[in-house]
Design a protein around this ligand. Structure first.
Ligand SMILES: [Zn+2]
Length: 79
């Protein structure tokens, strides 16, 4: 089982599409069921879509930064 803290550590790799397929599927399943993680699943999905759709545009750094700011806020709320 993947735990919430592991998910948070793996999110950036997940966004970059660097995780092996099995692990990615496990994380996505966790995000779909876990109440702790559900608050930011929407943001996560939006960010993945953004990151993958703007590869040819010059702003991925900003998108990453915006994403992590949101995630940090959500993590604090859930503690
Ligand atoms: Zn979780």
């Amino acid at each position: 089982m993947v735990e919430c803290k592991e998910i948070l550590e793996l999110l950036s790799e997940l966004i970059d599409g660097e995780l092996e397929h099995g692990l990615e599927a496990e994380i996505l399943e966790h995000l779909g069921h876990c109440e702790c993680c559900s608050p930011f699943i929407h943001t996560f999905k939006r960010t993945v879509t953004l990151c993958r759709s703007i590869e040819t545009i010059d702003v991925p750094e900003e998108v990453h930064e915006e994403f992590w700011q949101v995630i940090r806020v959500e993590i604090r709320k859930n503690r």
